[in-house]
Design a protein around this ligand. Structure first.
Ligand SMILES: [Zn+2]
Length: 119
């Protein structure tokens, strides 16, 4: 076990990096969708990679900064598409594919390897 102070410093470091990355990705893809970049929070979550609330606040698991960048990108794109489609309908997946044509590769690899990045 890491001493609490060090653990905190490590977490702060990673969440800052995650925030910067997520902001960059949201900027690019919001522009493609023609919407303003939504508010987001980078959080430590044990079981999920991301979520989008009813009032369009995105929550992204900061542990994704330890994953390959495309996997973080996929999660951000996925949650961003929920701003427009609040479900996993065919229309939703079409939108994801439009933004990230090879998303299925990253969706699968995240499912397979994602547990490795969970603290
Ligand atoms: Zn979803």
């Amino acid at each position: 076990m890491l001493p609490l102070l060090i653990k905190k410093a490590v977490w702060n470091f990673y969440s800052k990096r995650a925030e910067e990355e997520v902001e960059k990705i949201l900027k690019v893809y919001s522009k493609k969708l023609g919407i303003a970049p939504p508010t987001f929070k980078v959080k430590h979550q044990r079981r999920r990679w991301g979520s989008c609330s009813a009032d369009n606040v995105l929550r992204i698991n900061f542990q994704l900064v330890m994953a390959p960048p495309e996997q973080l990108e996929y999660v951000v794109v996925h949650e961003l598409c929920h701003v427009i489609e609040k479900n996993h309908s065919a229309r939703f997946w079409k939108l994801v594919k439009q933004l990230m044509p090879d998303y299925e590769v990253y969706r699968k690899s995240l499912k397979k390897e994602g547990w490795k990045y969970m603290l």
